[in-house]
Write a protein that binds this ligand. Structure first.
Ligand SMILES: *[C@@H]1O[C@H](CO)[C@@H](O)[C@H](O)[C@H]1NC(C)=O
Ligand SMILES: *[C@@H]1O[C@H](CO)[C@@H](O)[C@H](O)[C@H]1NC(C)=O
Ligand SMILES: *[C@@H]1O[C@H](CO)[C@@H](O)[C@H](O)[C@H]1NC(C)=O
Ligand SMILES: *[C@@H]1O[C@H](CO)[C@@H](O)[C@H](O)[C@H]1NC(C)=O
Length: 419
């Protein structure tokens, strides 16, 4: 019997340079993921948000700051409202979960009005802006306004594609031949597939696939880490520079960018079935997990100095990577691989909840790093809260936990078989 338990642990130890991969199988799911504070705070934020302004991040005491529509993050708050509708559909409304306190679809629709439908001021981030419209089609597949919005946003992204470079342009530069692409752009490709479905325009899919293949080639280092920015010369199509914008240094790995990549490539595998996208997502995920500190708290950049402590965390990267790992787990067919990624997601959710769950703040989480080089950190962040709520939805949808945060029967059996 001893051999049964020790041998696999020993073998796993050889495969994984970091204990993080090992110790998570008995973790419990944080109760806070299912807290009534989530719907209560989101409703309060809805009521506090001025017309045609959207929350992006908080000040240092947890009070939301609101921004005009042409901000890359404007879609996340309405998408959060739809995510609470999804939760209500999965779990029902009870006194304990407080999901019945609002008509989340009505609020999501109201907060979708006034979002930009072209790339002005937001560039490639039209993909993020499309999230609430894509959710609207889940609720009402016939909604012509939502369809037209998605098609408009997808056309705006497609118009930023250059065949010689093979990518859609992320950021505009003063020299138009300076063609800048950031790893975050992987998240904006899904809108091209959704619009291709609605319109039958297959070119949109080809653009997304070309962008992902080019990014796979140029943004990912041999060890699975990533550059934030790759600059191409639009005239020649050649890479002219690889650098950071929001990370610690050109050779470091900015944690949120790495998480966008894990999610983006897993999603491209879901949308195309190309195994290279799956293996890229895995390599990036392994880098992420192998470079986490023992406490599992996601730092804002993996190479940022530890001293003076504490090295600032990024709770938004933690919430995002949890979703990325759950999506990656869904793409795996092997039960052991599914379990490995799921356990890592849950351990990260535990660590970030312990550090950053803030009942007194307007946001759910503190300890977000919006932009460290711009001295904007120790805040709540709208996409951190969005991905925190979405992570719980995914755990419930995939039958990993119940709406009360208990392991499902199949999961308990899975743990027994896995180790
Ligand atoms: C359709 O979607 C739009 C955009 O999200 C929303 O403003 C509108 O209320 C929806 N209309 C209906 C009838 O569902
Ligand atoms: C791109 O290459 C062209 C032709 O060699 C050159 O004129 C232009 O300055 C280059 N642009 C950048 C951003 O390097
Ligand atoms: C495209 O449509 C098919 C068939 O309705 C659906 O299964 C798939 O999820 C859609 N894909 C996207 C990206 O919307
Ligand atoms: C988390 O945020 C608190 C303030 O809300 C700060 O004191 C602490 O140093 C932060 N910890 C990390 C690891 O970022």
């Amino acid at each position: 019997m001893l051999g049964y338990t020790l041998l696999p642990l020993f073998l796993l130890g050889l495969l994984s340079p970091n204990l993080f991969h090992l110790v998570s199988s008995q973790a419990t799911v944080p109760r806070e993921l299912f807290s009534p504070l989530a719907p209560q705070k989101v409703l309060a934020t809805y009521k506090a948000s001025p017309s045609l302004q959207w929350p992006q991040y908080t000040d240092g005491s947890g009070r939301w700051l609101f921004f005009p529509p042409r901000t890359w993050t404007s879609g996340f708050f309405p998408a959060t409202l739809y995510a609470l509708n999804t939760r209500r559909q999965l779990c029902g409304a009870t006194d304990a979960n407080q999901l019945g306190i609002a008509d989340w679809v009505a609020l999501g629709r109201a907060k979708s009005r006034g979002l930009p439908l072209d790339a002005g001021g937001i560039g490639h981030d039209v993909g993020f802006i499309s999230f609430p419209f894509v959710e609207e089609l889940v609720v009402n597949p016939q909604n012509q306004t939502a369809k037209a919005s998605i098609n408009s946003l997808a056309s705006a992204l497609a118009a930023r594609f250059d065949g010689k470079v093979g990518c859609t342009r992320s950021w505009d530069a003063s020299d138009p031949t300076d063609f800048q692409v950031i790893i975050d752009n992987m998240m904006n490709l899904e809108v091209l597939f959704v619009s291709a479905n609605l319109t039958g325009n297959q070119d949109l899919k080809k653009i997304a696939i070309s962008h992902a293949l080019t990014t796979m080639k140029n943004h990912i280092r041999p060890d699975g880490s990533s550059w934030h920015v790759v600059e191409y010369n639009q005239t020649t199509g050649k890479v002219i520079r690889k650098r950071t914008a929001q990370g610690y240094s050109d050779s470091s790995t900015w944690a949120r960018g790495q998480a966008w990549g894990i999610y983006g490539f897993a999603n491209m595998h879901r949308l195309t079935g190309n195994p290279d996208f799956l293996s890229t997502s895995r390599r990036m995920a392994n880098y992420f997990l192998d470079h986490l500190p023992q406490d599992g708290v996601v730092p804002w950049d993996f190479q940022a100095p530890l001293n003076p402590p504490p090295r600032p965390a990024d709770s938004s990267a933690a919430a995002l990577v949890s979703n990325a790992l759950l999506l990656l787990a869904q793409q795996e067919t092997d039960a052991g691989a599914k379990k490995q990624w799921t356990d890592a997601a849950i351990r990260i959710l535990n660590s970030i909840t312990r550090l950053a769950w803030k009942p007194q703040w307007q946001s759910l989480l503190s300890n977000g790093t919006v932009n460290w080089p711009a001295n904007n950190y120790l805040t709540g962040i709208v996409y951190g809260d969005y991905y925190y709520i979405k992570a719980a939805n995914e755990l419930i949808k995939n039958n990993i936990v119940t709406c009360e945060g208990q392991w499902t029967q199949s999961r308990i059996l899975g743990v027994g078989i896995g180790l």
